[in-house]
Design a protein. Sequence first.
Length: 328
Amino acid sequence: MFFKQLNQWFVRVIPNSYHSSTTFRSYTEQSQVGAVLLGVASDLSLGRYRGRLGDSDGPESICRALKKEYKGSPSFPLYDAGIIDELDGLEFNELQALQYQKIVGFFDKGHFPVILGGGHEISISSYQALSDYVNQPKHIAHQLNDNNEEKGRQARVGVINFDAHFELRPTLSPKVGSVFHSIASYCTEHHRPFHYLGLGICNRTNSQSSFEYAEKLGCHWLLDKEMTMRNKKIVQNKIDRFLSEIDYIHISFDLSVFSATVASGVNLSRVQGVEWSIVEYALKRIISSGKVKILDVVELNPEFDYEDQTARIAAKVVSTVLSKQAML
């Protein structure tokens, strides 16, 4: 999806106003290849439908924690591209359009985007930008088949969703719970396969119809009770099998995958949750494939985040991904 007349929309982008640390450099188009932080201060879906408002303040909170957590790498610098901040009267599709445009720009320069939310709706533009970018004719021409022969097929883009919820509610509205249904519909519209792996799905917070719909779409998942270090081999096999079918990965990390006792600043969290040890193991396994091209971290509500514990966990997620990515 390519968007027009972006210059007519009044969206303010706040450059590096939320932290001051040598770990973060201001982003310019001439920057050395590295990772780029982009905040999207949006909880439009929650404001219009249900949920606790406040996720739009998540990017600033995560960045404050990240500057203490992330050590950085001279060969893989971390840049600050600011925050896209919603204004009164801004339509959801307008915010999506600007996010999409910026991510495509990062890809053009060879960067690894890290998108900080905000509500989970920000993952729609992240996926669309990646899918459209890698399926441009110049990239399709270099897709390889199993024999390493040029085949000219479309790229296989997969999303790995760390989340207690499927987020597959069958509506195209920017509503809590519909993010990956919107993405699946986008794939259908563009004649692309939809590849989805959910890690940490909670039985209690997903209806039977959600499981049936996920199965109908060909989704893969592991329940939260299966995501343990005792089941490390099962987790490894599930991840490896999914990765073997995919060319590029979009990690969408919803902090609700942790329980509210561990991550109090999570919206709509009434789940068993998973432990950090297995999350860290899974992230490192996924990043080691070299196929991950973008990371989203969503659903942090600082108003309910006791002593910033959820922001610190979010920072650990980002730091783990970037530290491993820097080694590739």
